[in-house]
Write a protein that binds this ligand. Sequence first.
Ligand code: NAI
Length: 261
Amino acid sequence: MFADLEGKAVVITGASTGLGQAMAVRFGKEKAKVVINYYKNEQEALDTKKMVEEAGGEAIIFQADVTKEEEVISLVQSSIKEFGRLDIMINNAGMENAVPSHELSLADWNKVMDTNLTGAFLGCREALKHFVENDIQGNIINMSSVHEMIPWPTFVHYAASKGGMKLMTETLALEYAPKKIRVNAIGPGAMNTPINAEKFSDPKQRADVESMIPMGYIGKPEEVAAAAVWLASSESSYVTGHTLFVDGGMTQYPAFMAGRG
Ligand code: NAI
């Protein structure tokens, strides 16, 4: 438990499923106030709200498409209106689809970039505006991926969006460090969430992914949520501009295991 998170307000984008939902519930356990952003499925958001409340937190749900500037502005404002504060912004909403790069449409490229990178930028900008104008030592966490450093054929738009997120995170960390506003990222490996549901429902594909993870198992959303509360808490007070990989060792060149190479 991180005592300083009690009563803090956190906005989490894409919080009605997967990693976003696990983070919402964990912030609930920390007795934080959570804005659960959802995209389309209100019932999932309501279910998540109940889970946050049962865990011990307060929550509201807020529909917004992170690719729409006005909607991100309203989302961030909802925390200030409802809870009277905003302390932590988590830009988690994201999407991916596999397409050979020579066949990737501009529409598909733009959709992934708009959601994963531009959406996260808008969340950062609105939170930073609030932190700077009100002299708040706020905290931002961007949900990146191991693919901010590992190339990923047929996912060029996804890899580019997360690579962009890495330098966006570092740049903002540097720019706002003098104000003690911290900006970090989390780089999950392969996690058990809806984004991977189809792939992991096929035992062969699941085993193939597991073979690339030195720790040998697909990660649990709660393992990412644990990293998020640490990064949001004062226990990580001197950490900024960092991507914390939560990946069972996937970024440690598993092909070289057992002295190969
Ligand atoms: P997920 O599919 O459950 O979560 C993505 C969420 O983003 C969904 O709730 C979806 O509704 C929301 N979303 C999509 N477009 C949106 C939009 N325009 N506006 C608002 N919300 C929108 O999958 P997961 O795994 O929880 O993904 C969360 C983040 O974690 C993503 O950024 C993803 O790239 C990242 N990630 C996931 C990994 C995994 O293995 N599950 C690995 C590395 C990174």
